[in-house]
Design a protein around this ligand. Structure first.
Ligand SMILES: [Zn+2]
Length: 108
């Protein structure tokens, strides 16, 4: 029986490639959160901001950008909760901490 490529196999291949490269990059960056040291729910953080919008890129394009930034020392690993708690922008409180102080202010 002849093997034939299913439609969309290229997209699946690229998704697998992105997963693989993401794992590789996480290992390269130390494999743990730069703040608390956890190895769970790791995300790439840009301490100095970035000049591109992740939502406008496909997964593997993002990985290519992250790899380039890793070479330049422009990204680090943070777990989801540390990333949510790290203030974004000069002098500004992160949305997460603003929401938290809003919720803290509500009397029960
Ligand atoms: Zn953390």
């Amino acid at each position: 029986m002849a093997k034939k490529h299913a439609p969309g196999s290229r997209a699946r291949y690229m998704a697998g490639w992105a997963d693989e490269k993401r794992e590789e990059l996480i290992k390269k960056l130390g494999g743990k959160c730069a703040k608390c040291g956890t190895r769970k729910t790791l995300e790439f953080d840009h301490p100095n901001g970035r000049d591109w919008e992740p939502s406008k890129h496909s997964r593997w394009q993002r990985i290519i950008n992250y790899r380039r930034e890793a070479e330049l020392g422009q990204i680090r690993l943070l777990c989801r909760s540390c990333n949510a708690n790290s203030g974004k922008g000069p002098g500004g409180a992160s949305v997460a901490s603003m929401v938290k102080s809003f919720l803290d202010a509500i009397p029960f």
